[in-house]
Design a protein. Structure first.
Length: 422
């Protein structure tokens, strides 16, 4: 019996030290850039972690990857007439299937950076992919068979911004949330299995969709969809589509580029743009909801790459600097010119930064100061011209997924992968 108990104890200790999980959608399991994985490398070797595989042409695009069930899903394009969602084997990188979504953008938009933009959302045996021209597809993950298809333009009168549709669909229970834009169907909920419309939310004054992805928030006994539109942030009742509140303090009034996904929890909503980062406090009095500004801080995280919230502190880039600010007050704790503007995710105590120049940097997530734990540039990067590496990294099952336009690299970042003697 003693031997059995010892074995059980060893298993418990091992599983508490190492935790792996999928990354099934944009910005991870909870859509906030946070991974719960443990047992990852605390310091990168000079040349970077061990490269497991690389695919040199997964299709052009600015989106990230979703990792689920041993597969990697992404959206790309080859030319302006063929935008697609594809699945690759997570172990080898081999392409398993590809399903066409539609064309890239729209001639009327004339986007400055044409290309696929969003990330698939995986839910059980189905995935949901939104093309940059508003083509929404539900497909099975096994072979890419289309279950249903909608057009945000044709079916809802959708109006994307000048840089086309960029959001990644949100699954909330039986609902699939997307943002067509425009005054009559700014946000809609569909039955995720059939594509049937459940509700449409009208937002007066909204001319077009933003570029952010929606999130779910519980506040005041209400389940809400929080999204950043062209005219500001909105809270929508998840069950009915009723517009509850609006917040416009973080609107980029010059370019209206609202691309960073909101961080929303317990009535606190952090959003950002070129105007800076701001916190709204959402509350209810009777049947009326309000969103009051707590602060607007120009030095808070405000880049396209978003922010992560770790132990009451926000981390992300503001201009060329990585910054740390207190979430409650917006007070700056530190800033460092690390890698320039970057996308950021968090795992096992550290920040994973993917710079617009394609470089990866590992930094401790601590309000005490900037502590870098490694950086590298993936080999054989794409010939980018003026294009930026806006692709957000992903951490799943002990692996780091780095996409840069049409190239995808996968690295082993488990601490157990460290060479002997480290």
């Amino acid at each position: 019996m003693r031997v059995g108990l010892a074995a059980i104890a060893a298993v418990v200790l091992a599983t508490s030290a190492v935790w792996a999980e999928d990354w099934p959608q944009w910005r991870g399991p909870t859509r906030d850039g946070i991974s719960r994985e443990k047992g990852l490398l605390g310091q990168w070797p000079a040349q970077g972690p061990r490269l497991l595989w690389r695919v040199q042409d997964v299709g052009y695009g600015y989106g990230s990857v979703a990792v689920a069930g041993g597969r990697v899903f992404l959206i790309g394009n080859r030319g302006l007439e063929n935008e697609f969602v594809a699945a690759h084997d997570a172990r080898t990188g081999r392409k398993l299937w590809s399903t066409r979504l539609g064309r890239v953008g729209n001639p009327n938009q004339q986007p400055n950076h044409p290309g696929a933009r969003s990330t698939p959302t995986v839910d059980g045996g189905l995935l949901y992919a939104l093309g940059s021209d508003g083509d929404l597809v539900c497909a099975d993950t096994a072979g890419g068979r289309v279950v249903w298809r909608k057009s945000l333009r044709a079916d809802f009168g959708g109006k994307p911004g000048i840089w086309a549709y960029s959001e990644s669909p949100l699954v909330d229970g039986n609902r699939l949330i997307v943002t067509p834009g425009g005054g009559q169907a700014a946000v809609v909920a569909l039955d995720k299995r059939s594509g049937r419309t459940l509700w449409r939310c009208s937002v007066p004054g909204t001319a077009e969709a933003g570029y952010a992805s929606a999130v779910v928030m519980e506040a005041g006994g209400s389940r809400q969809i929080v999204q950043f539109l062209d005219t500001g942030v909105v809270g929508v009742e998840a069950a009915t589509g009723r517009l509850l509140w609006r917040f416009d303090r973080t609107v980029d009034r010059q370019y209206r580029v609202h691309a960073a996904t909101p961080l929303a929890s317990g009535g606190l909503v952090y959003t950002s743009s070129a105007a800076g980062g701001g916190l709204a406090r959402v509350s209810r009095a009777g049947t009326e909801w309000t969103a009051e500004p707590a602060y607007l801080e120009r030095r808070a995280p405000g880049g396209l790459g978003g922010a992560v919230l770790v132990d009451g502190h926000l981390y992300g880039t503001s201009g060329p600097s990585l910054v740390c600010v207190e979430q409650a007050t917006g007070r700056l704790k530190w800033q460092e010119r690390s890698v320039g503007e970057a996308s950021v995710v968090f795992a096992d105590g550290r920040l994973y930064l993917h710079g617009e120049n394609g470089q990866m940097v590992l930094v401790e997530a601590s309000p005490a100061g900037y502590r870098e734990r490694g950086r590298f540039t993936p080999p054989d990067p794409p010939d980018r011209g003026s294009a930026k590496a806006w692709n957000c990294p992903a951490v799943a099952n002990g692996r780091l997924y780095v996409r840069d336009l049409g190239v995808l690299w996968v690295y082993d970042i488990r601490a157990s992968a460290e060479p002997a003697g480290r």
